[in-house]
Write a new protein. Sequence first.
Length: 174
Amino acid sequence: MPFNAYMTHARSEILVARLARRKHALRNEPNPKSDLFRERVFAKRTESQNRTLVSIAALLYSLPMEERTEIPPGTLYMLILKTLARIGPMHGYGIAQHIQQMSEDVLVVEEGSLYPALQRMLIKGWLVAEWKQSDNNRRARFYRLTPAGRKQLAAELAGFERVTGAIGKVIQPA
């Protein structure tokens, strides 16, 4: 089993076991699934794989969530549009990297946010996309701004300026 699939399977098994423990703890009953959990997760694995699974799982659930600045709601479209207007056609990973570099690692665009946003922007007609070879000879979807996208960028920037100006007025010392 590939490592990623192995970890995904292990995470889901751990979550199932946690939910079962919580359910039985609320009822003040012993948890009959705990032994089943161990048998399912650790069956057909060597001792070293079991130790690795336990240590990785313990690490995953013991580390605190890292602090990071969230991208303000409603600004992801503007950041993507501005990146494409400034640089030209780019693939999704390149867009995310550019935003992160320009913000000096303050803004990190997650794939789970970026690609659905790009898809919505394609549907709205703000972008067009075509498949090309990337710099490392992989097939990638390159996004390009349309005239409607340039118009939307101007609207997004005007709205952002209006909101940041209003926030600035509120937080200024009296």
